[in-house]
Every structure is written in structure tokens, then in C-alpha cells.
Design a protein. Structure first.
Length: 318
């Protein structure tokens, strides 16, 4: 007969140690949960929430599955963007608008019970934002959304109203805190886009015409002032010229009275003027001394006459 040794064989103790390690890892994976930073964990026992959620990072003990199940949610702020959807303003104008929202899981237990996951949260947020958008835009006119005058725009107020209209309901129904709501894109339906642009161009043309008319009026005023000032200066110049001419005529009349009293002196002065005009610098003239006004160069007669016969001589001017 062959005897079988059922005891432990020497040289294989590491297999038992490896099995113990694997068993410990499996037990720890089913009984210990590591909560990461920025994460919230909700444990459920047999499908029901057991106690409070775990928000602080670190290890937590749990019952193994299927007794307890672990649900993890990102507790950090997240963003959501809605699609381009058409709605109406208070004055019946259609606009196409897209919104974005910054949100986070504020009540993880309610979020798990009412929403369940991220995909459902996005669908619920889209419905809340659509309802808030339609309600708020129905209280505002079209010109408060699109306008060339920045003072008439109320985009910030509209965003704040949509956030206030959706934040309370999101928290009460889904455990979601909406921190910010903004307008991501704003446009018009293609059917009325051309009409709006034409209206804006007409408004700009009206403003341009008003500015042009004001400029023309100002130019006319400046031209009228310039013409008035020119007429005034010309009148002053004409008056000054008349005054100077009258003074000159008065002085001339006084000289004429002196010359009328002595005709010979007047003739003598006229001859001197003619002599000065005819003889320039470095000129030579050969004429008889009896030729006026060169008769002044002849020796006057003893009786003091200004004219007389004399032999011809050469007259030279330096």
C-alpha cells in the first residue's frame, strides 16, 4: 500500500499568505469606502437611504453588497447649457435664446431620491430653465433684449430674474443649487431678422439725418456771422477811406489856394516835377534850353523871369 501525506508541504507558505492578502483586500473593498475630495457619498441599505451622506474626505466603513450600496456624486460646481429655443417677449416679438447655468448638488439625499444621476439632472434643469425663461421674457419688451442704446438694455436684470425663478424650485424639488444663470446666445428667427435689421438701419438713418441737419444749421449760422462781420469791417474801411480822402482833399485845397495866389510858383513846381520824372540816374539829354522844362537850366534874366532865350547847351544828370 502507498501512504499519502495530507499535511502541509514544505516550501509553499507564501500561497497561504497570498490567499490571506487577497481575502483581506476583498473584505476591505466591500466594507471600506474612500470618500474623495470634492465628492459626496450617499449609502443606501436595501435600497433605502441609511443615515446622512458622507461629505468630508477619508475612509468610511460600510456593510458589504448587497446589504449596502454606495452612490457617488460630484459636489463641485458644474455647468449646463440649453439649446437655442424660441420664445416670445411681452410685446409679442419672437426671439431665439440659449441659457447657461452653474449648479451643484446641494442636497445629495434628495438629489438621489428625486433625480438619481447626471443625465436626469440635465433634463430637469433644461425644463426648469425653459419655464423660467418663458415666464421672465414674457414680462419684458423686445427692446430690453436688443437695442442700440446700452441704457435701455436689461440683460443683467433678466438673467437675475431667471435665476431667482428657477433656484428655489430646483432646490426644493431636486436638491440642486443654481448659483448663476446667464444668456449664452441671443438671436432672432430668420423670418424677421431682415426686418429688424432694416428697422435698425432706418433708425440710424434718422439719427444721421438729424445730425446732418444740425450741422447744416450750425454752418448757416457761422456763415451768417462771417458775412455780418465782413460787411461791418468793409463799412468801417469805407468810412476810414472817406475820412482820409476828405482830410487829403482838405490839405490839397489848402495847397491849391497857395498855388492860386502865385501862378508862377505853381508853374515852376510843375516843371520841377516833370524834370525829375524825365531824368533818371546816369542819364544824358541834349536839348535846347528853351525846351520846357529844361528852360529852368538857363540863366534867369535880370528881371527875374522864369523863361527866356539862351544858347543851346548840354544838360547832364548825375
Amino acid at each position: 500500500m502507498t501512504q499519502v501525506d495530507s499535511g502541509p508541504r514544505p516550501g509553499r507558505p507564501w500561497l497561504a499568505a497570498l490567499g490571506a492578502v487577497v481575502a483581506a483586500v476583498l473584505i476591505l473593498s466591500q466594507t471600506v469606502v474612500i470618500v474623495r475630495e470634492g465628492e459626496v457619498v450617499v449609502p443606501t441599505t436595501f435600497g433605502r437611504v441609511a443615515g446622512a451622506s458622507w461629505t468630508s474626505p477619508g475612509p468610511r466603513l460600510r456593510w458589504p453588497w448587497p446589504i449596502q450600496e454606495i452612490h457617488r456624486f460630484d459636489a463641485r460646481a458644474q455647468t449646463f447649457e440649453s439649446g437655442m429655443e424660441q420664445t416670445l417677449t411681452r410685446d409679442g416679438r419672437p426671439v431665439v435664446i440659449s441659457l447657461f447655468a452653474v449648479w451643484r448638488v446641494a442636497d445629495p439625499i434628495r438629489f438621489l431620491e428625486r433625480v438619481g444621476g447626471l443625465a436626469s439632472a440635465r433634463r430637469n434643469l433644461n425644463g426648469l430653465l425653459a419655464h423660467g425663461r418663458n415666464t421672465v421674457l414674457g414680462r419684458h419688451d423686445f427692446e430690453e433684449l436688443l437695442n442700440t442704446d446700452p441704457a435701455r438694455l436689461k440683460l443683467a436684470a433678466i438673467e437675475s430674474e431667471i435665476a431667482n425663478a428657477t433656484a428655489r424650485e430646483a432646490m426644493e424639488r431636486y436638491g440642486i443649487a443654481i448659483e448663476t444663470v446667464g444668456i449664452r446666445a441671443l438671436g432672432l428667427p430668420p423670418a424677421i431678422l431682415d426686418k429688424v435689421f432694416e428697422r435698425m438701419r432706418a433708425e440710424r438713418r434718422a439719427v444721421a439725418e438729424a445730425q446732418r441737419a444740425a450741422g447744416e444749421a450750425e454752418a448757416a449760422r457761422i456763415r451768417a456771422e462771417a458775412d455780418s462781420l465782413r460787411e461791418k469791417r468793409l463799412a468801417e474801411a469805407d468810412a476810414a477811406a472817406l475820412r482820409l480822402r476828405a482830410e487829403g482833399d482838405a490839405l490839397a485845397a489848402e495847397h491849391f489856394r497857395v498855388l492860386d495866389a502865385d501862378p508862377d510858383l505853381a508853374l515852376f513846381l510843375r516843371k520841377l516835377e516833370a524834370f525829375q520824372e524825365m531824368l533818371g540816374r546816369r542819364s544824358t539829354v541834349i536839348l535846347g534850353t528853351d525846351t520846357p522844362p529844361f528852360d529852368l537850366l538857363s540863366r534867369p534874366p535880370a528881371d527875374g523871369g522864369l523863361t527866356g532865350a539862351a544858347p543851346a547847351r548840354a544838360a547832364s544828370a548825375p
